[in-house]
Write a protein that binds this ligand. Structure first.
Ligand code: DGT
Ligand code: CA
Ligand code: CA
Ligand code: ZN
Length: 617
């Protein structure tokens, strides 16, 4: 309840400020909000005891009354009264960075602004300049702040959030008193987009304040949103240029704002595992796990797994010793579950699987080694890249450069798969150019040893499902990736027929980025995935997980369907430049979200097995 109470008290303070009421009233509400947010007990447990409430520094009798009222009724009547005096859109304006209560009051009372839309209107028509303290310069700044606030609401692609988080984690590691540091939340679970970044630090109570301060002072912090000891929030800059991407011969910027929210929580070292588990989520997973704990006579929170009793005060505040708390492994084990990897924690049946795996293991050692998915794929399992472009189409490396890069990464095989003729913007190859290209690939084998260089193509699947080269041309190749690139707004029935035709052609090894979606930009095709998966299985065609952070196509739920059907999967970087190999981890995380065992992914096979499969013998 602490967060709910704190939020309401600070809303009261902001409304008092806005209405020009006694400044000290607002300050005391704000202060109480901050104290309550940082409280280590749940205020609900003492809400009906005025003496205990007032014993907390910063809570006077009036605020104690409001807390008691909220605990009883779920409302604070003062807040209701204040809110009746102010249009709802006006309060929201105070969330725009740089817009304080005085300015908002002026905009509202003298400029007639009631929400963001009307504010933008008076900026656009220039009438804002007639208001007191509104010069050209301050309006310019205001416009920037509005952009920041508006763009900041979009979810950030995984590939853009990861480097920001890793920078914070690396920098926090060096702060004095920091015992452990990791990112949690949707980023640790490898979701394709990230709402905000959650960083977790373990530090002794005495170090919490300066650790939090160091976090808020990190380079790249554009704005501090919350400055508490246990919880801080900032907006951090996304490195300029990192949102640039290039696909299909076109480049652009991902639809992201200049900053991303980063939350920091500082937790005691002995609660590390419980906190990491709690803040990794997902929320739905946490709820399920808590239910399971209760059935076992235990209670699970971000401080640990404790014996359950009827006492309302949380166990960690009563000095109760947790059953497990220091590591996630201990907690899973105490709950009689196999360790569930973060990517699987989505309440999609993983807890049942972890229970079965643990129950099936007989010895203690076997229980610790048990896994909900046997042989779940890992980054190190990938030994081949089967979708890569060179300067012959829209790539930046020559065949030899590409092959050397792949070899350096420890791959045993690289497939050269440039675009086909209909991908005009990507400089797709005519059948004739392709023949010369195949000869060049064969020649490169003599120059770059120690890696298998396959001659292939990323052949367009045209709108009707036919392939962009004839059979004789395709049969010259070691590997054929077939992908949809145009007509991506086709209706689902047509899209299904189109992809089925390609899968059933008998000429295709891998279906490349099957839907063609681009994250936050275009939805791509919505074929009947059950049919696609069945056909792929029947025709021994692998479905691709394209590892580019703008694609991640197939997506997690589709992968899961493919895995269940026993369909083969390829994970490829769709390499255009050397850096693109680095996207592999996002593809692998997405695969793990779809429960893919390494065995079912053709990129993990030995060269002999892979090449044998490609030859179809
Ligand atoms: P996001 O940021 O929208 O991409 O998704 P998450 O999963 O990172 O969510 P976030 O940042 O709101 O919270 C981080 C984790 O904290 C979340 O995965 C689970 C935990 N959590 C947050 N709120 C609740 C809650 O109300 N109940 C429970 N059980 N867990 C929560
Ligand atoms: Ca988050
Ligand atoms: Ca968060
Ligand atoms: Zn493509």
């Amino acid at each position: 309840m602490n967060e709910a109470v704190a939020e309401r008290l600070s809303r009261i303070a902001r409304l008092q400020d806005l209405l020009g009421e006694d400044k000290f009233k607002a300050i005391s509400h704000d202060r109480a909000a901050r104290v309550i947010e940082g409280l280590s007990i749940d205020i609900a447990t003492i809400a009906d005891d005025p003496a205990k409430l007032r014993a907390i520094e910063g809570i006077g009798p009036k605020i104690a009354d409001k807390i008691a009222e909220f605990a009883r009724t779920g409302k604070m009547s003062e807040l209701v009264e204040l809110e009746a005096k102010v249009p709802p859109g006006v309060l929201a304006l105070m969330n725009i960075p740089g817009l304080g209560p005085k300015t908002v009051a002026t905009l509202w009372k003298e400029g007639g602004v009631t929400d963001l839309a009307s504010l933008k209107r008076i900026i656009a028509d220039g009438t804002i300049l007639k208001l007191p303290r509104m010069g050209a310069k301050s309006v310019e700044k205001l416009k920037e702040s509005i952009d920041l606030a508006e763009q900041g609401s979009a979810r950030l692609p995984l590939g853009l959030a990861a480097p920001v988080a890793e920078r914070f984690v690396a920098a926090m590691t060096d702060v004095k008193g920091v015992k452990q540091v990791a990112f949690a939340g949707s980023l640790r679970r490898g979701r394709e987009t990230i709402g905000d970044i959650d960083i977790l630090v373990a530090a002794a109570d005495g170090d919490a304040a300066h650790v939090a301060e160091a976090f808020r002072a990190m380079p790249g912090v554009a704005q501090v949103l919350v400055a508490g000891e246990k919880k801080s929030s900032v907006r951090a800059r996304i490195a300029p240029g990192s949102a640039r991407f290039s696909v299909e011969g076109r480049s652009g910027d991902a639809e992201v704002g200049p900053t991303v929210q980063v939350d920091l929580r500082v937790v005691p070292p002995q609660s590390w595992g419980a906190a990491l588990m709690y803040f990794t989520g997902s929320k739905e997973f946490n709820i399920r796990l808590r239910e399971r704990s209760l059935k076992m006579g235990l209670t699970l929170n971000e401080y640990g797994l404790f014996p359950e009793d009827d006492d309302k005060t949380p166990p960690q505040q009563r000095g109760i010793k947790p059953v497990a708390s220091e590591t996630e492994e201990e907690i899973f084990h105490a709950l009689r579950l196999a360790y569930i990897p973060p990517e699987m924690r989505e309440d999609r049946g993983e807890i049942d699987r972890a229970e079965q795996a643990s129950a099936g293991a007989k010895s203690k050692a076997a229980k610790h080694a048990a896994a909900p998915v046997e042989g779940l794929i890992e980054l190190a399992d990938i030994k081949a890249e089967l979708h890569a472009h060179t300067t012959a189409s829209d790539g930046r490396m020559s065949i030899e450069e590409l092959a050397r890069n792949a070899r350096e990464r420890g791959f045993h095989t690289i497939a050269v798969t440039d675009h086909s003729k209909s991908s005009v913007i990507a400089n797709g190859l005519s059948a004739e150019r392709l023949r010369d290209h195949v000869a060049a690939i064969h020649a490169a084998r003599k120059k770059v040893k120690g890696i298998h260089i396959l001659a292939g193509s990323e052949v367009d699947i045209l709108a009707d499902g036919s392939l962009d080269y004839d059979q004789a041309t395709l049969e010259l190749l070691d590997v054929v990736v077939a992908s949809p690139h145009n007509a991506l707004s086709q209706d689902p029935a047509t899209a299904t027929k189109r992809l089925l035709r390609a899968i059933e052609s008998g000429l295709v090894h891998i279906l490349g980025h099957p839907t063609g979606r681009l994250i936050n930009r275009r939805a791509g095709l919505s074929p009947d995935m059950a049919k696609i998966v069945d056909a792929a299985k029947a025709n021994d065609v692998a479905l691709e997980i394209n590892a580019h952070w703008m694609r991640l196509d197939l997506r997690d739920t589709h992968i899961r369907a493919a895995v269940d059907a026993g369909c083969l999967i390829a994970i490829d970087c769709d390499v255009h430049a050397a850096d693109d190999f680095d996207n592999l981890r996002f593809g692998v995380q997405t695969a793990r979200r779809g429960w893919l065992p390494a065995e079912q992914c053709i990129n993990t096979w030995s060269a002999q097995r892979l090449i044998g499969w490609l030859k179809r013998d």
